[in-house]
Design a protein around this ligand. Structure first.
Ligand code: HEC
Length: 166
């Protein structure tokens, strides 16, 4: 009986010793050493992901700037009073979809061809393409008005180009 108890105790002690050895003893930082190493690697990871984010953002703003430059600046070309009054508040005075560096409600129109634009406008007006905002806006406009607007917006790149060469 006594031998059995001693045997169990010895196994217990050996077990604890094995566990401590597997975790790492006090001499190499033990559990704390691991936690600190973990935190270290997490901090390193989060730092690298932050710089990625910054790169992405820098790239994005480069692309936006390129788009904006391509679209020309607000005062660089003239638009009709109709476009100015009815469309520019959402699509930008130059159709870029930006105003003062801010993305506007409406998408970019600059660079789209007149016939694409006309088709999209007719689709909104007829309800084939659903958009409450655009449909509401286009109700008072005739197909002829849409044709004129589409032709005008389709001509924006040429106007921007002409204004640049002035
Ligand atoms: C109140 C804001 C607002 C005004 C004003 C506005 N639009 Fe829009 N427009 C939008 C929004 C929002 C969309 C995106 C709708 C969608 O794709 O579902 C859009 C989409 C369009 C599209 C389709 C673009 C694409 O590539 O899919 C065209 C073309 C367009 N508008 C032309 C015009 C014209 C021309 C005018 C002036 C008569 C005008 N818009 C006035 C908000 C506006």
């Amino acid at each position: 009986m006594k031998n059995a108890i001693v045997g169990v105790l010895v196994l217990l002690v050996l077990g604890v010793a094995a566990y401590v050895a597997s975790v790492g003893g006090a001499y190499n930082g033990g559990e704390h050493g691991r936690v600190i190493a973990d935190i270290g690697s997490k901090v390193a990871n989060s730092k690298s992901s932050k710089t990625d984010e910054k790169d992405d953002r820098a790239k994005e703003s480069d692309e936006l700037n390129a788009l904006r430059n391509k679209a020309g600046n607000v005062s660089k070309f003239d638009v009709s009073e109709d476009y100015d009054r009815k469309c520019s508040s959402c699509h930008g005075i130059d159709g870029s979809g930006f105003q003062n560096g801010k993305k506007m409600m409406g998408p970019r129109l600059f660079g789209q061809r007149a016939d694409e634009l006309y088709k999209k406008l007719i689709d909104f007006k007829s309800g084939r393409k659903e958009n409450v905002v655009m449909k509401g806006l286009l109700i008072p406009l005739s197909e002829e008005d849409l044709r004129v607007l589409a032709d005008e917006i389709g001509d924006f790149p040429a106007r921007a180009e002409a204004a640049k060469n002035k």
